[in-house]
Design a protein around this ligand. Sequence first.
Ligand SMILES: [Zn+2]
Length: 325
Amino acid sequence: MTDKRTDEVTDDCIIPLEIPKTELRNLVVHQSEDDVQDIVDYIEWQCNTKRERELEETGKTDLEQEEVQHAEKIKTERVIGTDYSVWDVHTNLNRWWVITNPTNLYSQVLMPSLDYTLSFHIGLMARVQARREIAGADELHEFLSTTQRKIYQAQLTFDSADEIEDFQAIGLQCREAMISFTREVVAAGLFDDIEDPPKKGDFLSWSEHVIGARAAGGAAEYVRGYLKAICQKSWQLANWLTHAKNATRADAALCLSATEHLTHELISLALKSKSRSPEQCGRCNSFKVNVTWRPDEEEYIALCEMCGAEGNWNASSEVPTADEP
Ligand SMILES: [Zn+2]
């Protein structure tokens, strides 16, 4: 709206002036301040890292710092079990799409269609994820970094494995990943209260503690039974493969996928134990309770995606202690 146009208004029918973008965030409901801040931090970090590189390369001193004026979540779409949230982000210099899981940004000038950009993002991320890399986000690397690295190394070995010795080596690496898991879980103090603890390298005994601590109660009998069975069978498989004189590529593939699967299951149990996260939100009963690592507070927080309740396990009421929604 220009000053000229405003001057021309002569009756009481007044079209409101454009709201400053920086004020918009106070008028948008249904999005959490934490989520907005994550997106703002991401964009400013991405854009200003690029800006600093340009400053170095061109020697210019007049490149303006990029600052977010408004970030708004447009939608979340679930594709093959993964939720992708799409954000429309206005800065003082550009306008971006930001899409999560993992997060990436796209210029709205180059990619004007949101739907097209989402398809592009999912395709790009599928290709990136097809490459081997150490799995897991910050909250995992914080206390299970060695386990994740050992699985990654077993995957790399598998990719280049041609002979029996290589297949045997995968058995050994899978075995080490399992032992490493127990060592890291113990080191993280998850089971400090256990009387007469098993030996540090005793994977099967420790895995029973991990399974028992979370998948407790009669209703979880089948879950516990399944998890114990895969731990025992995978452990036996890895031990056999390590020395198998007739090992094949298929055996190595089976051992690797069994190890990936069981560590994935055990790790999610251990993470929930570490944050003392309940399965369900105590305030709204939603199952959308996520565990995130807060580096500033140096603790694991259980956060309800639906109502925003957050906090640690409250032993007396068995609900997360809800702070500000
Ligand atoms: Zn809730």
